[in-house]
Design a protein around this ligand. Sequence first.
Ligand code: EPS
Length: 395
Amino acid sequence: MTQLRYLTAGESHGKALVGILEGVPAGLGITAEELHVELRRRKLGHGRGARQKMEDDACEILSGVRHGRTLGSPIALLIPNRDWRNWSEIMQSEPFEGDARRKLEVPRPGHADYVGGQKYRHTDMRNVLERASARETAIRVALAAVARKLLRELGIQIGSRVIRIGEVIDTAATGDLNKLNERADATAVRCVDAQAAGAMVQAIEAAKKAGDTLGGVFEVYAWGLPLGLGSHVHWDRRIEGLIAQAFMSLNAIKGVEIGLGFGAAGTPGSRAHDELFPGVEAGTVAAKTNRSGGIDGGITTGQPLVIRAAMKPIATLMSALHSVRLSTGEPADAHVERSDVCAVPAAAVIGESLLALVLAQAVLDKFGGDSMEELLPRFEEWSRAAPAVTSTPDR
Ligand code: EPS
């Protein structure tokens, strides 16, 4: 069993989102404001709908933290949904008969509506929509902010950029990872190149006008890692498997790549791997490339992790797709309700968060510790004993 575990609960238009993170060592400094920094980053991005303006995502720490430091006990977080006031009757937990408002009877193709409704025997597929909604990711980002803080104490950083929205691709080099988030946070769609950002915004506006939606691709990086997270010895300890699972758990993600990813399939072996050279310091090893994306054989090499994920377009279209009214079996336009046109920039920040949770889990599984006091020296000693593969500039 892994040391760090989490659970979330909450419906999109329910009263609140809640989450519990268990296994965080005691003595980690954390404040609600540090959670808010990440929650605000998640709200960024052109293409979100009216709901984003309504929600302030104010997160309350209910337990597990005292006087700004973790206690080692479960950390419980709460994000109230401000929209709840408009849904308090429709979404109430008390028995409530005869209200057909906001009932969902025509499933949206590509959404969980139909399969979820069939599986859980719901005739009103709002009972599926509410939990299938990506609103849930707000609480995951809040929980992950604690994991990020733990990683940062160890010198591990995480950042992301959007590289594609619809047909528009940002081909600019990622550059200095330490400046990545600052640059990406500053553009309207979390990409690096200002010109590409402008074209992406235009593409989103055109999709909106057409009642359509757009997907895209984002890239997540982690750097400052030690060698040795994950393992080659068993399928469920391989770190790329854990990362792929976490990314695939994010709504609308249909593909995940690490390093060269699908590109490796067409690259000869002579150009698909990272040749090793003596490092600058005696006893260390360096690579001029990072085609592996920082993972070999299920184990981190210490080079930056490079993960790419493809998000499909959101399944709620204002120009509805063909579907079926399940009560009559007749063709009908799919259910339409307020939604986003494009959420790829938000997904990138959520991807960072999911990676933080996986990496914090892997760190705690390897080094353990009930307190930061215990964890930190173990981590440092290991990093000296088994130095990371260093990156040398490509010449
Ligand atoms: C979502 C639909 C929209 C999004 C929501 C996710 O909400 P609504 O149906 O209330 O307009 O804004 O995302 C969030 C509220 C959020 O915080 O990310 C969906 O159906 O997945």
